[in-house]
Write a protein that binds this ligand. Structure first.
Ligand code: SF4
Length: 458
C-alpha cells in the first residue's frame, strides 16, 4: 500500500473518494497510462489500497476477446465483493463497448481514451475539482511505481489498418509527444532510480510523422542524455526500444545501436505476424517475407549478438498448413530468441472478423504449440551462444534482465554487499535438468570487476 499525501475526503456514499485501486489490462502503453492517473490521483491525496478501495480505476484492453471478458468479469466481482466501490473504466474496451460496460453494477464512469488520456480531463470527469496548480504540472510521469525499469509512452495511435486489429479504431491516428517533453521525462525517471527506460507506444516507428521528425532523431536525442541518479550523481542508464516494425528500423537507428550498446539495449521486438506472403497480404501488412528477413539480416550484421523477439498470429483466416510451415521456416531464418504466439481471435468491427476460411480452433492451438516449442529451442540455442558475452543486467534482487532480454542470475557470493540497481557481467550458461527431465541452459552473470581480478591473478 502506498501513501499519497493528505487525503481530501473519504466518501463511500457518493462523496469524494478517499482511497483508490488501479487494475490494468493489456500493453505497456496501458500500464503507462495507469501510472499517469496514479500520479494525478496521488497528488489529490487519494490513498492507494487493494480490494476495498472507494474508487477502482480499471484500465482495459480490447485486443483479444479474452482480454475484454476478463475485465468484465473482474468488474462484476468487485461489485459483488465491495458494493460501495465506484468503478471508473477507461482504456480500449471503454472505447469499443461503452454501452455494455455501463450495464455492469458499480460502473459509474466509462471514459474512452480521449477523455482519460489527459489526467485533467479524467479528474474532471470523475467529479474532482481541478485547480490551477494541476494545470502547471509537467506532462507524463515521475516514476514507474514498484519497478526498476520504467515505461515511457512516446506516442499513441496508429495510421495502419491491419485486418485483424481494432486498435486504430479505439486509439485513433498516430500522435507524437514532443521530444523535449520526453527528454525531461527521461531525466525525471532516472532521477527517481530507474536505470532502464523502455520506449513504448502503439506504433513507435511512426513517432515524428505528425510533427516533421523521425523516430531515429528522437532516439539520438534521448540517447545523448547524461542523466543524474537519485543521489544527484551521473548514473549509467539505458534505453530499450520495445516494439518496432522491422521495416521501420532505418540505417540511422542501427548505427546508433551499434555505436552505443551500453545506452541502447541490443534487443528489438519486431512483430512479424506471419512468415507467409499470402497471409501477410490478407492481413493487410505492408511488407513481404523477403523484406522482413532483409531487415533482420541488415540489423544482425551490425550488432553483436542482438536479441530479436516477435509477435506471430497463427490461425488467421485462410492460413493453410503450407503457410504455417513457411512461417516456421521464416521465424527460424529471422533468428528469433523469443516469440509471443497468439491464436487468431475475431474482433468485431475488423475486416478479419468478416473473412471466411476460418481455421478450426484445434488447428490454431496445434500451430501455437508447435511454434512455441520451436521458439523454446531457438532461445536455448541463443543462451548457449551468449556464453562468455558481456552484458549489463538491471537487477531486481539477485535476478535481472540483460540488454539482450535474458533473465540472468547473480550469485550472492559474487557480490560484496546488497545487489546494486544494475551490474556489468560476463555471462555463463549453466546446464540444468528440469523436474520433467528436460535440459535447459540458465544464464548466470559474474560481475566483470570480479572476472577481471581473477584473470589478472597468477
Ligand atoms: S500496425 Fe497493425 S497491428 Fe500494429 S497497432 Fe497498427 S493496425 Fe494494429
Amino acid at each position: 500500500m502506498r501513501r499519497m499525501h493528505s487525503p481530501r475526503g473519504g466518501g463511500k456514499d457518493g462523496g469524494a473518494p478517499g482511497s483508490v485501486r488501479f487494475v490494468t489490462f493489456g500493453c505497456k502503453a496501458n500500464q503507462y497510462d495507469t501510472q499517469v492517473l496514479r500520479e494525478a490521483l496521488g497528488r489529490r491525496g487519494l490513498e492507494e489500497t487493494g480490494p476495498g478501495a472507494d474508487l477502482v480505476v480499471v484500465n482495459t484492453c480490447t485486443v483479444t476477446a479474452e482480454a475484454g471478458r476478463k475485465a468484465r468479469q473482474l468488474m462484476r466481482r468487485i461489485g459483488r465483493e465491495t458494493p460501495q466501490a465506484r468503478i471508473a473504466v477507461t482504456g480500449c474496451l471503454a472505447e469499443s463497448e461503452p454501452e455494455i460496460l455501463r450495464e455492469i453494477p458499480n460502473v459509474e464512469w466509462v471514459l474512452g481514451n480521449g477523455e482519460a488520456k489527459r489526467p485533467v480531463n479524467f479528474l474532471r470527469q470523475i467529479g474532482q475539482d481541478v485547480g490551477p496548480e494541476e494545470l502547471g504540472i509537467p506532462a507524463g510521469i515521475t516514476e514507474f511505481a514498484g519497478h526498476r525499469r520504467a515505461f515511457l509512452k512516446i506516442q499513441d495511435g496508429c495510421d495502419k489498418r491491419c485486418a485483424f486489429c481494432i486498435i486504430p479504431h479505439v486509439r485513433g491516428r498516430s500522435t507524437s509527444r514532443p521530444a523535449e517533453e520526453l527528454a525531461a521525462e527521461v531525466e525525471r525517471l532516472v532521477a527517481s532510480g530507474h536505470v532502464e527506460i523502455v520506449l513504448c507506444g502503439i506504433h513507435i516507428g511512426h513517432w515524428g510523422l505528425d510533427i516533421g521528425s523521425t523516430f531515429s532523431a528522437l532516439l539520438r536525442r534521448l540517447a545523448e542524455i547524461e542523466a543524474l541518479g537519485p543521489d544527484g550523481l551521473p548514473v549509467e542508464w539505458r534505453l530499450r526500444v520495445s516494439s518496432i516494425e522491422a521495416t521501420e528500423v532505418d540505417e540511422e537507428m542501427v548505427s546508433l545501436m551499434a555505436a552505443r550498446p551500453d545506452r541502447l539495449a541490443p534487443h528489438l521486438h519486431m512483430p512479424m505476424q506471419s512468415g507467409a506472403d499470402p497471409v501477410l497480404k490478407a492481413m493487410n501488412r505492408w511488407y513481404t517475407v523477403a523484406e522482413y528477413l532483409d531487415a533482420c539480416h541488415r540489423i544482425r550484421a551490425r550488432l553483436d549478438r542482438p536479441a530479436f523477439t516477435a509477435d506471430i498470429l497463427v490461425g488467421f483466416p485462410g492460413e493453410t498448413d503450407a503457410d504455417f510451415e513457411r512461417t516456421l521456416t521464416t521465424a527460424e531464418a529471422a533468428g528469433f530468441t523469443k516469440i509471443h504466439v497468439f491464436p487468431f481471435s475475431a474482433r468485431p468491427g475488423t475486416p478479419a472478423a468478416e473473412m471466411g476460411s476460418r481455421v478450426p480452433p484445434d488447428v490454431s492451438r496445434e500451430r501455437r504449440a508447435a511454434l512455441s516449442e520451436a521458439a523454446s529451442g531457438w532461445e536455448e540455442d541463443f543462451r548457449r551462444e551468449l556464453n562468455g558475452a558481456r552484458d549489463r543486467v538491471v537487477l531486481e534482487g539477485f535476478v535481472g534482465l540483460s540488454g539482450r532480454y535474458q533473465r540472468v542470475a547473480i550469485h550472492p557470493e559474487d557480490l560484496s554487499g546488497p545487489p546494486p540497481d544494475a551490474i556489468d557481467v560476463t555471462l555463463h550458461g549453466v546446464l540444468e535438468t528440469t523436474a520433467d527431465g528436460r535440459e535447459v541452459t540458465r544464464l548466470r552473470g559474474r560481475p566483470v570487476a570480479l572476472s577481471a581480478v581473477e584473470e589478472a591473478s597468477p
